[in-house]
Write a protein that binds this ligand. Structure first.
Ligand code: SF4
Length: 330
């Protein structure tokens, strides 16, 4: 029987799942992903996490509870840095310890450190350390990783190239630069787990689409582009999420490619208390693109979100008819 590796469907899963799943499967493991977030998972997460944690971390705990009795290993890497000279939110590096201290009777945890702050020289060692849990053959591990990388790159390229793809079941189609399309274009920004976890965000993407709008997300712009744009920012962006989202904002300011921007944040997020504010200031200072910040928590109600999305979409549509008739000075 093959080894079963459990991957919680939360946090950076939404960014890297094609890579991780493919890597373990190429090594012959059976990969089990937790169910999609639902009320039970959220409740389990809330029950098993310290109160101060942000909701995505609470949800992560719920996914671990969902998986723990069904797998031989849980994949919870200790992520410190995924890009050179950039750190990720500190919660990611403390995650394996948080889980081990909060949830009992866990299977073995693959908690290898991922730290590319100084360079990617240690990449091969890191991959070998992870792969060693499944196989002792160095060559097979590196070959499994090579194939997984190709899979991941193909997935990311498809998103940028405008192929119809899904990110964990959420259908997306990059039409951000298609000027012939009818319909308002809305960029939904935020950390990937806020944008693509449809239970957490109460299906915001679908709600916007049902208002005959075309939805974009930062992944469609791509890392290369957001890195280039982020260099125009006059300040220190040493957090990966900050670089990506500020780069996206500067791209939108330059290209004016959307009619509205919705930023999804979550209650208790230290990074967003700075980044969401920074993005909003940049957008308001340099463009007149309408901007809305939606902050979610475990008590967010669907009716309230619906009302905000509808009001935002109405406002964007009315601008076409009314804007020139209203004096900016009252
Ligand atoms: S970036 Fe914010 S939402 Fe994400 S894990 Fe850190 S504190 Fe939580």
């Amino acid at each position: 029987m093959s080894v079963r590796v459990g991957i919680p469907r939360a946090l950076l899963f939404y960014e890297y799942y094609p890579l991780w799943i493919s890597f373990f499967q190429n090594l012959g493991a059976e990969v089990i992903v937790s169910q999609k977030t639902n009320k039970e998972i959220l409740d389990m997460g809330v029950k098993n996490t310290v109160d101060e944690a942000c909701i995505p971390v609470k949800i992560f705990h719920g996914h671990v509870v969902d998986l723990k009795d069904r797998v031989d290993y849980l994949f919870i890497p200790r992520i410190k840095s995924i890009f050179k000279n950039e750190y990720i939110c500190p919660k990611f590096s403390g995650l394996p310890e948080m889980i081990k201290h909060s949830i009992s009777e866990l299977p073995k945890v693959i908690d290898t450190e991922i730290n590319f702050f100084k360079s990617r020289k240690r990449l091969n060692n890191t991959i070998y350390e992870i792969g060693k849990y499944i196989s002792n053959d160095h060559k097979s591990i590196m070959s499994a990783y090579g194939k997984a990388c190709l899979e991941y790159k193909r997935h990311r390229k498809n998103i940028e190239d405008g192929e119809a793809v899904s990110i964990d079941g959420v259908k997306i189609l990059n039409q951000i630069n298609d000027s012939k399309l009818q319909g308002k274009k809305v960029m939904v920004m935020g950390h990937p787990y806020n944008v693509y976890d449809t239970y957490l965000n109460i299906d915001i993407l679908d709600k916007i689409k049902s208002n005959e709008a075309i939805v974009s997300t930062p992944e469609m712009i791509g890392d290369k582009c957001t890195i280039e744009y982020s260099k125009k920012f006059n300040g220190n962006l040493s957090w990966t999420f900050a670089r990506k989202l500020v780069g996206t904002a500067l791209y939108l300011i330059d290209t004016k490619s959307v009619d509205g921007i919705i930023y999804i944040s979550t209650f208790g997020c230290g990074v967003d208390s700075v980044v969401a504010d920074l993005v909003e200031k940049l957008i308001r200072r340099h463009t007149n693109i309408p901007f809305a910040l939606i902050t979610l928590d475990e008590h967010s109600g669907e009716a309230g979100i619906n009302t905000r999305i509808e009001a935002f979409m109405d406002m964007i549509k009315w601008r076409d008819i009314l804007e020139d008739n209203i004096s900016a000075h009252g």
